[in-house]
Ligand binder design. Structure first.
Ligand SMILES: CC(C)(COP(=O)(O)OP(=O)(O)OC[C@H]1O[C@@H](n2cnc3c(N)ncnc32)[C@H](O)[C@@H]1OP(=O)(O)O)[C@@H](O)C(=O)NCCC(=O)NCCS
Length: 149
């Protein structure tokens, strides 16, 4: 198992995993195109096992412009869940961003996404707010998380 950075050759496999993780609540093609055209700010970490992508974490690094890192997407292939892959991805990302001087991390998740809430709480993210009806497909509130290190 290794953690690597996304390369454009990984695109189809990543999109397939994203569909498995998010079903009908996936981003549309235009948004993906925009993201993949700006890999300087959109940083994508992949967990690979035998060359297969089994988990991923995406962030938007605002750098000096806004001074925070936004977690935009994270997913683990269903048969690999519960093996700490999300923890490993977050740890790798936070350590790397820390070296770049980033100290402020932000994220959100559905109020019924208990595995994700467990991961955020393990990294001491604080649930600072609830956004009503933030998600579509299905409509649901979001817990907003902040971490300052
Ligand atoms: C959320 C997700 C990324 C977690 O990935 P993962 O690799 O399984 O995560 P980890 O194994 O590192 O940690 C998950 C933790 O949640 C815990 N957990 C699982 N189900 C749980 C539940 N119903 N209630 C509370 N905790 C739960 C696990 O026990 C584990 O904690 P532990 O390591 O202390 O035992 C994965 O479930 C996923 O891909 N879901 C679909 C996509 C998604 O919802 N992404 C997040 C969008 S914000």
């Amino acid at each position: 198992m290794e953690i690597t950075k996304f390369d454009l050759k990984d695109k189809n496999e990543l999109l397939e995993l994203d569909r498995e993780c998010f079903g009908i609540d996936i981003w549309d093609d235009d948004l993906w195109k925009e993201i993949l055209e700006d890999l300087e700010h959109n940083i994508i970490y992949l967990v690979k096992q035998n060359n297969e992508i089994i988990a991923y974490l995406m962030i938007y690094n605002w750098g000096k412009e806004k001074n925070y890192v936004k977690i935009t997407n994270i997913g683990t292939k269903s048969c690999f869940r519960g093996q700490k892959l999300a923890h490993k991805l977050l740890e790798t990302m936070i350590n790397e961003m820390k070296k770049e001087g980033m100290k402020d991390f932000r994220a959100e998740t559905r109020i019924t996404n208990y595995p994700m809430q467990k991961v955020f709480s393990d990294f001491n993210f604080i649930n600072v707010e609830t956004y009503k009806g933030y998600y579509d497909n299905p409509t649901e509130d979001a817990f907003i998380y902040h971490l300052n290190i």
